[in-house]
Structures are given as C-alpha cells and as structure tokens.
Design a protein around this ligand. Sequence first.
Ligand SMILES: Nc1ncnc2c1ncn2[C@@H]1O[C@H](COP(=O)(O)OP(=O)(O)O)[C@@H](O)[C@H]1O
Ligand SMILES: [Mg+2]
Length: 123
Amino acid sequence: MGTGKTTLINRVLDWLHQQTMRTAFIFNSRMNTTHLFDFILSEFEIPCDSRSKSQQLMKLNQWLLERYRSGETAVLIIDEAQNLTFPVLEEIRLLTNLETSTEKLLQIVLSGQPELEEKTKTS
Ligand SMILES: Nc1ncnc2c1ncn2[C@@H]1O[C@H](COP(=O)(O)OP(=O)(O)O)[C@@H](O)[C@H]1O
Ligand SMILES: [Mg+2]
C-alpha cells in the first residue's frame, strides 16, 4: 500500500543526519538473523572482524555505549517490516535490552503494512 511510508522514512533519515544521530536503515527485510547483524553493523559502520553473532553483539553494545557517552543517538529503521520472520523480530526485540540503568541505547523504528501490527502483538 503506497501511503508514503518510505518517503517519510527518507525525510526522517535526512533530518536525523542533520542532528547528532547515527542511523542504520534496513530496506531489505527478507533476511535471516545472521544477516540482521551483518546489516546493522555495516549500516552503522562498526568494524568487526568476526562474523559470530556474540562477537557482533558485543561490538554493537560497545559502540552504542560510546555513542551514548558522546551524546549521540543511534536509530535503527526497518522498512517493509511486515516481511520480517518471527526469529528476526525476536532478535530485534532483544536489541531493546541494550540499555544503561536509565536509557535505551538503541531507538528502533519498524515501518510496514498493516499486518505488521498483528505480527508484533504479544499474547
Ligand atoms: N505526502 C505525499 N504527497 C503526495 N505523494 C506522496 C506523498 N508521500 C509519498 N508520495 C508518493 O506516493 C507514492 C508511494 O510512496 P511510498 O513512500 O513509496 O509509499 P509506501 O512506502 O508507503 O509504499 C510515491 O510515488 C511517492 O512519491
Ligand atoms: Mg515503501
């Protein structure tokens, strides 16, 4: 449904780049959990030699803490999120656990067709 979601995301990305924000934009939502972390690290330009998920997650956490300390906000935006598989959605949910005692380290925006709402409902 063309309701202007992608257009709006692109405007938001432009705006975020003018602020002290770091962004990762994922537009290809057909991926497995391995690709999710490859995409996120690559989009945030986080160097990581290892492709093991635990190493990547550690690097991401470290990098997010550094961003937090330097007053930068990190934003992950996923378009066409209705295509995400449940395992990938669960990984994304777990990313919300990256936090200090008071703040979330990563802001996450999911954009998608109406079925996304149904898919993300918890029982
Ligand atoms: N605010 C707007 N006013 C008029 N046309 C728009 C507006 N936002 C988007 N469009 C146009 O509508 C079409 C669909 O937009 P798009 O962002 O691709 O929608 P979606 O991502 O929701 O499918 C595109 O041709 C786009 O240029
Ligand atoms: Mg779109």
